[in-house]
Design a binder for this molecule. Structure first.
Ligand SMILES: NC(=O)c1ccc[n+]([C@@H]2O[C@H](COP(=O)([O-])OP(=O)(O)OC[C@H]3O[C@@H](n4cnc5c(N)ncnc54)[C@H](OP(=O)(O)O)[C@@H]3O)[C@@H](O)[C@H]2O)c1
Length: 286
């Protein structure tokens, strides 16, 4: 087994590095854009073939949801073209692919958690390009596994938890939207699910949904961060209307995790428990 983890400097990539090194010693290659630019087909083909890669875990993406509304081309290059390149390169040598996608492929009008079979209807550039990446991948590499996830955070990179902790240094009050509902997901838990798939003897292609358990608004999430990290910050709930952003986000994006649980037996903690673990890992709580 020879695993290539792309996007290895990002949130999920950094977490995977921690977990895979002990699970598959000397069998994993990690690349950031400095080592392998995924938008360069020739480079991707050569890298995958020369290193005898058997599995690609694609954690690379253009993830700046608001900036994507302006930088449409850059966003499409990473979220669509690079995914096609990986598919072509992997397919040429029979390597398997695990690709990560997003709850933002949905428009948020559901009233129950989204199943993999539910109709997609992205409402942002980011969501649109991620969906096009999914369809391109499935067309070129039908054996691929796609995992859609939501609201990722970790001790690494940029995320909501780190933004809130930074705000707590200078502000005694923050205003946070309370009408967008989803599930915060600790990258540790998604990485565990990926490791479980890689270790499993069965490869069941297609789309899977994965998030931590439970549901929250960004307001709930912010309150939990300050409570667990013991920061004295007042959180004032506001509506999306009061916090305009360049990208439109779904009001509701809970993911139904039944398929990944039934197929791979993954165990998933509640988001508040996972958040406590993450803040402990960051040295922000006992
Ligand atoms: N963050 C979220 O809340 C969230 C929610 C749902 C789904 N997801 C999905 O989950 C996955 C992981 O997200 P994340 O938060 O870990 O992302 P992230 O921290 O933004 O990391 C993405 C990585 O992609 C790499 N990358 C960008 N362009 C590249 C290129 N041309 N060639 C090679 N690498 C390139 C970057 O590498 P360098 O740093 O080396 O330039 C970056 O480290 C993504 O597919 C994302 O769409 C994320």
């Amino acid at each position: 087994m020879k695993i290539l983890v792309t996007g290895a400097n990002g949130q999920l990539g950094s977490e995977l590095r921690k977990q895979l090194d002990s699970e598959f010693p000397d069998s994993v290659i990690y690349t950031g854009s400095d080592i392998l630019d995924l938008t360069d087909l020739k480079a991707v083909e050569a890298f995958v073939a020369n290193n005898d890669i058997t599995h690609v875990v694609n954690c690379a993406a253009y993830t700046a949801v608001d900036r994507a509304e302006e930088e449409k081309m850059q966003c499409a290059q990473v979220n669509i073209d690079a995914v096609k390149n990986i598919a072509l390169a992997a397919d040429a040598i029979g390597a398997k692919i695990i690709h990560i996608s997003t709850d933002y492929v949905f428009d948020g009008t559901n009233h129950r958690p989204y199943k993999e079979s539910d109709k997609v209807n992205p409402i942002s550039q980011y969501g649109t390009t991620k969906r096009k990446g999914e369809t391109a991948l499935l067309a070129l590499a039908p054996e691929a596994i796609i995992i859609r996830t939501s609201w990722l955070y970790s001790p690494y990179g940029n995320n909501f938890v780190k933004t809130m902790l930074r705000k707590a240094e200078t502000q005694s009050e923050v205003r946070v939207v309370c009408d967008q509902i989803g599930t915060p997901t600790y990258t540790r838990d998604l990485a565990k699910a990926i490791v479980r798939i890689l270790r499993s003897h069965q490869w069941v292609p297609g789309i899977y949904h994965f998030s931590d358990e439970g549901a929250a608004s960004w307001y709930d999430f912010a309150q939990a961060i300050f409570r667990i990290a013991r920061r004295d910050v007042k959180v004032t709930p506001i509506s999306t209307e009061d916090y305009p952003t360049p990208a439109t986000r779904p009001f509701y994006s809970l993911l139904d995790r039944s398929r990944i649980k039934a197929t791979y037996g993954v165990e998933i903690p509640h988001w508040e428990e996972a958040l406590t673990d993450c803040l402990r890992e960051m040295g922000e709580t006992e």
